[in-house]
Design a protein. Structure first.
Length: 175
């Protein structure tokens, strides 16, 4: 088996892409081969932001897949972006993985994906590739997100997210 080869997939927004680019750069500095998969829309933005500094040792490769939105559509509408990603990314990602594995001596040995784009982890698992889910945001955000089912079960919020009693919800938050 060749050197470790990680496919890195961020959720396609600034606060998610940049931390995973930086993580990818650090992994590449350790000798790990990386393919960083961005949306076509964000691909140019990453190149513009990092320039030649994206890959200083030849181990970090930038790839792209469509996000399912048309050229003029607003990528800041996260609900719409996520919906379209869920429609197009599974097929696009499978094709990309097969293409990469078919054209390279090194095969993808792990998929590291932002858990906000968890369907990437599902695709990798379906193809028998080990996965790592990463949360690039603040730990408090993740704790609150993971607490939502309990908040609903405890009657602190309804299924839409409306608070029944603001004070009680804060007291019952993650500790």
């Amino acid at each position: 088996m060749g050197k470790p080869y990680v496919l890195v997939i961020p959720y396609p927004t600034q606060g998610h892409v940049i931390p995973l680019v930086e993580l990818s750069q650090n992994l590449a500095k350790q000798g790990i081969k990386i393919s960083f998969v961005n949306t076509v829309f964000n691909h140019k933005r990453v190149l513009d932001a990092f320039g030649e500094k994206v890959d200083e040792n030849g181990l970090l490769h930038l790839l792209s897949v469509p996000d399912g939105l048309e050229d003029g559509e607003d990528r800041n509408q996260l609900g719409k972006l996520t919906e379209r990603l869920c429609q197009v990314m599974p097929t696009q990602l499978k094709e990309l993985i097969h293409k990469v594995n078919g054209s390279d001596d090194d095969k993808i040995s792990c998929v590291l994906a932002d858990i906000n784009i968890g369907l990437a982890l599902d695709v990798a698992a379906e193809l028998g590739i080990p996965t790592v889910g990463l949360w690039p945001g603040a730990v408090f955000q993740l704790a609150m997100l993971l607490s939502i089912p309990k908040f609903i079960d405890d009657g602190l919020i309804d299924e839409i997210g409306n608070l029944d009693d603001n004070r009680r919800a804060i007291e019952k938050g993650p500790k």
